[in-house]
Design a protein around this ligand. Structure first.
Ligand code: AMP
Length: 221
């Protein structure tokens, strides 16, 4: 591990495993993982003004308005724990957000910014999302087939009963995948031209994908 700054953006549809890989990478480098989904879910749980604004969009699987997200990220990146770098998980999700980010931190091309696009076939995404279970208190995620909790339907960390996220239900999942194609997939071309960009095959074991992720981050520019 070196002491250079690392800034990584994870792109990819819901269910691609961005959260899992981002968390591993963040703990590997000792830098924060910034998940806008987690920030919004926490705001909803705490009943803040941000939570009240975001909730109707999130429940239906839509995207929360750009200006709210840009504001969240602007504030978060000012925290000193971001000085050595950070991993963005779930932001940017639109071209407007990417432009907002660029105007905050400068262009990625000449810098350390690495953009990873995690790709997984549509059928596999549906399987992953419909089987996903979630701990509303610590935000840990499980899967009914391949990542079960030790005690049925209870979080391993704090014993909270696991639930299915509202936006992992069928209608919301369909909308999230459509939103991804329409709004987020265009970021692939956007970043191909503006940063170090790598496509990652996410349809393999967590460990194998992580090896690729690490290599992509540390590889030659
Ligand atoms: P995630 O946990 O990343 O799948 O995000 C869950 C939900 O939070 C999304 O379906 C959106 O409703 C909302 N969300 C998270 N990040 C963003 C973003 N960058 N832009 C707009 N909405 C977002």
């Amino acid at each position: 591990m070196s002491d250079e700054t690392r800034r990584v953006i994870f792109l990819g549809p819901p269910g691609a495993g961005k959260g899992t890989q981002a968390a591993r990478l963040a703990s590997h480098y000792g830098i924060p993982r910034i998940s806008t989904g987690d920030i919004l879910r926490e705001a909803i749980a705490r009943g803040t003004a941000l939570g009240r604004q975001a909730e109707p969009w999130m429940e239906q699987g839509g995207l929360v308005p750009d200006e709210l997200l840009i504001g969240i990220i602007r504030e978060r990146l000012l925290q000193p724990d971001c000085d050595p770098g950070y991993i963005l998980d779930g932001f940017p999700r639109t071209i407007v957000q990417a432009e907002g980010f660029e105007s905050m931190v400068g262009s990625g091309r000449a810098s350390d910014l690495v953009v990873l696009s995690v790709q997984v076939p549509h059928d596999e995404l549906l399987k992953r999302l419909s089987g996903r279970r979630w701990c509303p208190s610590c935000q840990a995620t499980y899967h009914i087939d391949n990542s079960r909790p030790r005690v049925d339907a209870q979080c391993d960390r704090d014993g909270t009963p696991l639930i299915q996220r509202e936006d992992d239900k069928e209608a919301a999942v369909a909308r999230r995948l459509t939103e991804y194609e329409k709004q987020t997939a265009p970021l692939i071309d956007y970043y191909r031209q503006r940063a170090r960009f790598r496509a990652i095959d996410g349809d393999r074991s967590v460990e194998t994908v992580f090896q690729d992720v690490q290599q992509a981050v540390e590889g030659e520019a």
